[in-house]
Design a protein around this ligand. Structure first.
Ligand code: ZN
Length: 351
């Protein structure tokens, strides 16, 4: 018998293969090098991928990285493993479900709810957004979406007009529509366009086929949902929550979804303070986790909280203004600990 049996669990495979923690030992079962936590996300030559990915690789191929496949050994009956071992991926998904299942189970879908208010004339107005080009083609495609059919793969019609309407500012001087209902008319169009774009983006086959990013659709959608005052917050929460549950855990847009969910939840009267606090903690934790993961990539994040994760921050000011105005409203009614979490988000997002 080994006089000094390994007693410390490897953070990658969960087997007790190490004699000490964070001691740069290489695990014989998965070939992960046990570097100190502080180095975990640093660019290192020992582990070139994140622990989350390494754990995933171990589950898939039995080694932390494919090239070490020849160097690892199979675990045997003598290898003890942490009881209830769960890879990070599973833990994060379980956390998402605990936070979001209540929203996901809301009865009505956002597209279905919006379709009640978006009449055919409004679809035509969206179809005309590309300077009146290809109106009939756009309209036909928009009618399909209105009926609940999400186009796969997405084509130019109606992608172009949906993206153009997403940029629109219904309350601005060049707001869409005319007359006294101009703002409302424009917000219905924009809410429909953003909803459609988020649903289109959630189809795996449409990956990479859209311009702009989902975070742009999220903040423009929230703006219109609040302006319309048609009780669309819950269906919008369901849409964002469903999307998060399918989003890759390394996706840089994830923290934007988390913040969007917190903001919508904060506008509902029946969401418990504790739940808002948990959502706030989640936003902060996911921002930090994605930030750390991005350090490994060719595009490391900038210092700036949240926005430093994205390549383009077209709607940075909208995110800032909306976050501050919604959270400032709920903070006075919250217990101290929850208030501090949301205050922390306001301070980080800056103005
Ligand atoms: Zn291991």
């Amino acid at each position: 018998m080994n006089e000094n049996p390994p007693s410390v669990a490897c953070p990658c495979c969960g087997y007790h293969t190490l004699t000490g923690a964070a001691n740069y030992e290489v695990c014989p079962i998965c070939f992960w090098e046990d570097i100190p936590q502080s180095d975990l996300y640093a660019r290192s030559t020992s582990n070139r991928i994140t622990l989350r990915k390494a754990q995933q690789n171990f589950a898939d191929i039995g080694a932390c990285e494919a090239e070490y496949g020849e160097l690892v050994r199979q675990p045997t009956a003598d290898d003890a493993r942490i009881s209830n071992w769960r890879p990070m991926e599973q833990r994060l998904r379980q956390q998402q479900h605990a936070l979001l299942d209540g929203f996901v189970h809301h009865r009505a879908g956002l597209l279905e709810q919006l379709a009640r208010f978006v009449h055919d004339g409004l679809l035509r107005a969206i179809a005309e957004a590309d300077y009146g080009m290809n109106v009939e083609e756009h309209l036909a495609a928009l009618r399909q979406i209105h009926a609940g059919q999400i186009p796969v793969p997405i084509k130019w019609e109606p992608r172009e007009v949906l993206e153009l309407v997403r940029w629109s500012q219904p309350d601005g001087p060049n707001g869409r529509g005319e007359g006294k209902d101009a703002g409302r008319y424009g917000h219905l169009q924009r809410a429909f366009a953003c909803t459609a774009l988020l649903l289109i983006a959630s189809e795996p086959e449409n990956s990479g086929r859209l311009m702009g990013s989902e975070k742009d659709s999220i903040i423009q959608l929230i703006g219109s949902v609040l302006a319309l005052d048609l009780k669309l917050q819950r269906p919008a929460l369901r849409l964002l929550s469903e999307r998060v549950l399918t989003l890759d855990l390394g996706d840089a847009e994830l923290p934007f979804f988390a913040l969007g969910i917190l903001l919508l939840a904060a506008t509902l009267p029946d969401v418990e303070p504790q739940q808002l606090g948990e959502l706030g903690e989640w936003v902060l934790a996911e921002e930090a986790r994605i930030r750390a993961e991005l350090l490994h990539t060719w595009r490391p994040p900038t210092q700036q909280w949240l926005f430093g994760l994205a390549s383009y921050n077209t709607y940075q000011e909208s995110w800032q203004v909306t976050t501050v105005s919604i959270l400032e409203k709920v903070i006075p009614a919250l217990p101290l600990s929850e208030a501090l979490v949301l205050r922390n988000i306001i301070e980080r997002i800056g103005m």
